[in-house]
Design a protein around this ligand. Structure first.
Ligand code: PLP
Length: 387
């Protein structure tokens, strides 16, 4: 399905497109139909029905996503959380044990630390930067290992190659949330992971106008997740597939700008006297810089920073900036700012946040594609007023 030799930009535009093109349309049409004529298909999953993610509109986007990460197959879902929860519930059942990274997106944290234990799944936590500690966590019933390429909101990078190799050596299904990196900066299957998961709401779509998820991997693993999604119902509707398909075509172009803007902003923030910490793996000063440089093709547009004065000062910055929108989520054209302790991580207890290093005054930025110099000037005028 995937042409591994083409460049990312060419694949983003041409991979997965129907051949021949229906009615000669340059853009794959949207099949806004919930059902399709029955043509004697014998198995339930062969019937063409939009919840089964098997319409021509789904096929196109599955092919393109697989190609972007040099994988065999892909599946889109109704949200990133549908991709994550359905994948976990495909490979875990009552009595199993899962290894999860210590710092996870808030929604995922809830699933693994609240919902999975309620279903009888045991959970242990690992530090992705400490390979020597992983083996001691294994149990006879350990089935899945779950990580994130770049963590939220501190943008940490673990020993990802070693993690995938460890999972493979011990027969675990390895899953990684690749949302923050995007396929442009990291392709998990190339590094030995079994499943790459995305909130396609973010960089993959890139226009802040839909909710979607994606699971990428081998034909067998995707088939297994597809069965679970068919039953749980978290499939993506045709119109959202169409919009996501349109968004993905510019992913490489957008990521180039997200990557270059974020490094310039991180460097400017690091020099600012009111800023006490900047978390961005693209900075030479980051403890994750060497690992990130080895594993990634770019450092993404996500960064976080702390200003002098804690929560109150962070609020002042948010009030004073003129370009960034103060909103959760990430990966769109517009720069977004948020205080994770009050948004993505609000569901965690204060102790859990403290353990994860999410301080009350931490500001997370999803750096957009505006002019970097405008964003830097705006941040400087805001910071100069916080005293
Ligand atoms: N994974 C990460 C890293 C996220 O940031 C998010 C949402 O913010 C999700 C998963 C969940 O995605 P969605 O909101 O599309 O369900």
């Amino acid at each position: 399905m995937a042409d591994h030799s083409a460049s990312m930009q060419t694949k983003a535009i041409h991979a997965g497109e129907p051949d021949p093109r229906p009615a000669g349309a340059a853009v794959a049409p949207i099949y806004q139909s919930s059902t399709f004529l029955f043509e004697g298909d014998s198995a339930y999953d062969d019937v063409h029905y939009a919840r089964l993610s098997n319409t021509p509109t789904h096929d196109v986007i599955h092919g393109k996503l697989a190609a972007l990460e040099n994988a065999a197959d892909a599946l889109v879902t109704a949200s990133g959380m549908a991709a994550i929860s359905s994948s976990l519930l495909t490979f875990l059942q009552q009595g199993d044990h899962v290894l999860v990274q210590d710092s996870l997106y808030g929604g995922t944290h809830m699933v693994v630390h609240r919902d999975l234990p309620a279903l009888g799944v045991e959970v242990s936590v690992f530090d992705a930067a400490q390979p020597d500690h992983w083996k001691a966590l294994l149990r006879p019933n350990t089935k899945v290992l779950y990580a994130e390429t770049l963590t939220n909101p501190l943008v940490k990078v673990g020993e990802l190659d070693a993690l995938a190799a460890f999972a493979s050596e011990h027969g675990l299904v390895s899953m990684i949330d690749n949302t923050f990196a995007s396929p442009v900066n990291f392709r998990p299957i190339e590094h030995g992971f079994d499943l790459s998961l995305h909130s396609a709401t973010k960089y993959l779509n890139g226009h802040t106008d839909l909710i979607a998820g994606a699971v990428i991997g081998s034909v067998d693993r995707i088939e297994a997740v597809r069965h679970r999604v068919n039953h749980l119902g978290g499939s993506l509707d045709a119109h959202a597939c169409f919009l996501l398909h349109r968004g993905i075509k510019t992913l490489p172009l957008r990521m180039e700008r997200h990557n270059s803007n974020a490094i310039r902003i991180a460097e400017a923030l690091e020099q600012h006297p009111r800023v006490v910490a900047v978390h961005y793996p693209g900075l030479d000063s980051s403890v994750y810089h060497a690992t990130a440089s080895r594993l990634l093709d770019g450092f993404s547009g996500m960064l976080s920073f702390e200003v002098e004065g804690g929560r109150e000062a962070a609020h002042r910055v948010q009030d004073l900036v003129r370009i960034p929108l103060v909103a959760p989520s990430l990966g769109g054209l517009e720069t977004l700012m948020t205080i994770p302790a009050e948004t993505s991580h609000v569901g965690m207890s204060a102790e859990e946040r403290a353990a994860a290093g999410v301080t009350d005054g931490l500001i997370r930025m999803s750096v957009g594609v505006e002019a970097a110099e405008d964003l830097i000037a705006d941040l400087e005028q805001a910071l100069s007023q916080i005293q």
